[in-house]
Design a protein around this ligand. Structure first.
Ligand code: SF4
Length: 276
């Protein structure tokens, strides 16, 4: 946790929505709580192989079978550009925003092809779709253009390689292309607004989907977050299971829908032992 910038691109949803989560992250760090998971360890391992292969320290054929195809997809997407005159600018190199050094992160690979700076992000998870225009990638593109950009660089490509996400024929390699100035304006505005909220309302708590990335919602040993608990309490009020009289007024389809809609809540309660 300590290696991460306070305002890391990967945490953008959490810190831009809920300033108080910054204190929760710091609290978890001071408590030295275990933030590891088998999924994170697997992702770290895949990134390590990918980095070594791209740097020429490991042959692609030497990557263990379990990881080989995913790493190959990522590495070959970059090597294809290098064969057309591209150049590597940084592999796993840390970038910071000079205006506010709390903003910083480490893109997997930055390279240039012609007048385009390409940020490639290896997403090894199979469960959650990552779009190629996410603010995480936009911030990487913004920082990379400022660090490596030449006057002749007019375009930014944000590329996601997600080898294990297989749904509905979606491409495992996907990109969005940005005018450099447009991306710069977009991200500058986002960061300045988020930072202003953090400065003016540091204790503001706002719950939402982003809570799943906050230690206060998911790490055993952390005191429960009142706003997150409220979110669960509000949700509980909508659970049909303790209101048989309400259920009786619903059609079979509506009843089924209510029960299915309650699944995340029930799973959350089970995960947190009944105390979110
Ligand atoms: S659990 Fe949610 S509401 Fe609470 S501090 Fe974390 S992000 Fe904010």
């Amino acid at each position: 946790m300590s290696k991460h910038s306070v305002l890391s691109p990967s945490g953008w949803k959490r810190w831009s929505n809920c300033p108080a989560s910054l204190k929760e992250v710091e609290h978890a760090r001071l408590l030295k709580l275990d933030d590891s998971s088998p999924y994170a360890a697997e992702g770290t391992q895949a990134h390590s192989y990918a980095e070594q292969v791209l740097k020429g320290k490991l042959d692609l054929d030497a990557v263990p079978e379990d990881f080989h195809d995913g790493v190959a997809l990522y590495v070959n997407s970059i090597r294809a550009d290098l064969e057309f005159g591209g150049e590597i600018l940084g592999i796993e190199k840390r970038l910071k925003w000079v205006t506010d050094v709390r903003v910083g992160g480490t893109p997997d690979c930055v390279h240039r092809v012609g007048n385009c700076i390409v940020i490639t992000d290896l997403k090894y998870g199979a469960g959650e779709y990552v779009s190629a225009d996410s603010m995480q990638l936009q911030i990487y593109g913004f920082l990379a253009a400022r660090k490596y950009g030449k006057k002749t660089d007019t375009q930014i490509e944000l590329r996601v390689v997600q080898p294990r996400y297989e749904r509905d024929g979606l491409e495992k390699i996907r990109s969005t292309f940005w005018d450099r100035q447009e991306l710069d304006d977009n991200v500058s505005e986002f960061l300045l607004n988020a930072i202003e909220q953090i400065e003016t309302s540091p204790d503001l708590r706002k719950s939402g989907d982003h809570c799943k990335w906050c230690p206060a919602s998911r790490l055993p040993g952390m005191p429960p977050c009142p706003e997150h608990v409220k979110q669960f309490t509000d949700l509980l009020a909508t659970v049909p299971l303790d209101k048989p009289s309400d259920l009786a007024t619903l059609s079979e389809t509506e009843r089924l829908k209510k029960i299915l809609d309650s699944e995340p809540l029930i799973l959350g309660l089970l995960k947190h032992g009944g105390c979110p």
